[in-house]
Design a protein around this ligand. Structure first.
Ligand code: ATP
Ligand code: MG
Length: 569
């Protein structure tokens, strides 16, 4: 392909909203262009890369006995009402009416539609197992779309769904897809980890994410420094020492804490270490029900763990300062559990605390000598705090958590009967007895992955495409496109390379060499060949490997085999 005939425009500057390197580079290299918040057009180069990734996905999934389908993007409300997710999904689901006053939503995920597709066909155990997948556009009305393709409203996802006879079989399907995911991400040549994860409001109880390791990633991960264990911080268990603490005041008494707003203020003012102070947090669920959560002074609340402990469908939100005031009549900093008529959740690290301090629900006052159940009732005890670097590994016990950041590119869920039951997907087993189908679902953020790869693989000059995803293999900088002898060398080279299955892009624009080299670095194809009048006369051309920027002078006749070797490394 020749640049002069391609709609490809590069930019010196990145737009203001591009905060991370991969987003800046994708826009500057002309890969994507913004239409509106979370909405992007993929240019020819981006699409070529996407198609290569899709081909890898298709190959590995077909090997794993999956079959491709394509489902509608517009879904009728009635189907989503059957699972209760029409309302449960909240505003993330974009809903609209047609001319006949009927409600629809844009597909944010396809458990409902795929289950509807199979439910009337699957009648007997002989019709199972099946795993179906599609590669399709999803729409989620994300509150804050950002980071380019990382968090879009409209994005491309591969979603697969397994249907099995028994729980045991469903786990086998899960393992088969999990292995296929490992193969897929291995082939991209990126650093990634699979981590234990929350099941979100998709349901089910086994869930693992594939995370591309990158500082700019939105997810915090806890990785054991001595075994294979890794978990998203959302669910990473935090093993408490359950230290016993007993304060010096035996009976409950109120005392003055003027201007003490934070745990640090209180610790300084009273001389008690932060870890022996008790922090009070207030959260509310989707129905507006409020909860009081108590933690050690040096711990932070984990809303996903609170969600799981309470059996909520979404993580509860923190109350605003005004809401806290209305509930407790005090400002945050002077609040506590005593006298409130809301459920109290205690982090398990506090189980052996007594005679401690909490806010008195009166500005600038605290209680000391607080003990439970004497002074307040505890409704639930559990691990509701964020794990920290250095915490013990729950798997091996010897290792410690290390904290790294990741970009979630894939997710495997075991769903069980949750959707099949609500949607009446049943079959008759070997004994003629009606059974509910067992399901699993498996997503890959196809468009997000392309950007995640760039986030991990770039330098200060531009993108460094890994071979398997590069839009083209070779970038020819034709420095004298008007000269016939140069054009004929380029044409011969292009022909020879293409005959070997190597994809070539030629910069034949009327631009200065410096501009062409800068663009070649920015676009980042694996190999660059510089063809100019001088080189053609000498019979030797410069070949540059993008990853190392290493330059070699290579005889024209040897270039195809030299390039082939570079690409196979
Ligand atoms: P996240 O936690 O990042 O919001 P999710 O867990 O809600 O994602 P899934 O329902 O597991 O997402 O979707 C499968 C995959 O689709 C994710 O692993 C991710 O790679 C991709 N994905 C999800 N939301 C977006 C988005 N807004 N923009 C781009 N890709 C997305
Ligand atoms: Mg997910």
């Amino acid at each position: 392909m020749k640049w002069s005939k391609t709609h490809l425009f590069t930019f010196k500057e990145a737009p203001n909203d591009a905060e991370i390197a991969s987003h800046q580079l994708m826009v500057r290299a002309g890969l994507i262009k913004k239409l509106g918040p979370g909405l992007y057009t993929f240019g020819t180069f981006a699409l070529r890369s996407l198609r290569k990734f899709e081909a890898i996905i298709r190959e590995e999934l077909e090997k794993a006995e999956c079959q491709e389908v394509l489902m509608p993007m517009v879904h009728p409300r009635e189907l989503w009402e059957e699972t209760g997710r029409w309302s449960e999904m909240g505003d993330g689901l974009l809903k609209f009416k047609n001319r006949n006053d009927q409600w629809f939503c844009l597909g944010a995920t396809h458990e409902e539609v795929i289950t509807d597709y199979v439910r009337n066909d699957i009648k007997s155990y002989r019709h199972l197992p099946h795993t179906l997948y599609q590669i399709q556009t999803k729409y989620r009305d994300e509150v804050r779309p950002r980071f380019g393709l990382m968090r879009c409203r409209e994005f491309i996802m591969k979603d697969a769904y397994s249907f099995d006879r028994t729980e045991e079989d469903a786990h086998k399907s899960y393992d088969r897809l999990f292995k296929a995911y490992q193969n897929i991400f291995d082939r991209l040549g990126v650093k990634y980890r699979h981590v234990m994860a929350d099941s979100g409001n998709i349901g089910g109880n086994k869930s693992q994410e594939f995370q591309v390791i990158a500082e700019a990633g939105e997810d915090a991960l806890m990785i054991c420094d001595s075994c294979e264990y890794a978990a998203n911080v959302e669910i990473a268990p935090s093993i408490s020492q359950k230290e016993a603490y007993k304060g010096e005041f035996e009976s409950l008494e109120k005392f003055d804490t003027p201007g003490f707003r934070t745990i640090t203020d209180l610790s300084k003012g009273t001389g008690v270490a932060e870890k022996y102070l008790v922090k009070t947090m207030f959260l509310k669920d989707e129905d507006g029900k409020t909860y009081c959560v108590l933690l050690r002074g040096d711990d932070e609340v984990n809303d996903v763990k609170v969600k799981s402990l309470l059996g909520l469908s979404n993580p509860p939100e923190m109350l605003s300062e005004a809401e806290v005031k209305e509930l407790t009549s005090a400002s945050p900093g002077s609040c506590g559990p005593i006298g409130l008529k809301i459920p109290v959740i205690l982090d398990e690290a506090l189980e052996n605390y007594s005679q401690f301090m909490v806010g008195a629900n009166e500005d600038d006052k605290h209680y000391r000598g607080v003990s439970f159940p004497r002074d307040f009732k505890v409704d639930k005890v559990g691990d509701v705090k964020l794990a920290k670097e250095g915490d013990s590994c729950p798997n091996c016990g010897n290792g410690k958590y290390q904290n790294v950041r990741g970009i979630e590119v894939g997710h495997c869920f075991y769903l069980g009967k949750k959707y099949a039951e609500k949607l009446n997907a049943n079959f008759l087993d070997e004994n003629g007895k009606s059974q509910i189908v067992e399901m699993g679902c498996y997503g890959i953020g196809v468009s997000r992955t392309i950007q995640a790869v760039i986030e991990q693989s770039h330098d200060e000059n531009g993108i460094v495409w890994p071979k398997n995803l590069a839009p083209f293999d070779v970038h020819i900088c034709n420095l004298d496109p008007k000269k016939e002898e140069v054009a004929s060398v380029v044409d011969k080279l292009v022909g020879d390379l293409q005959a070997m299955g190597i994809e070539v892009f030629e910069d034949d624009r009327k631009e200065r060499p410096g501009v062409k080299f800068k663009d070649a670095d920015l676009i980042g194809l694996p190999v660059r060949i510089v063809v100019g009048g001088k080189g053609v006369t000498n019979g030797e051309l410069e070949v540059v490997e993008r990853k190392t920027l290493e330059k070699s002078a290579v005889k024209i006749a040897d270039i195809p085999s030299f390039v082939e070797k570079l690409l196979s490394q």
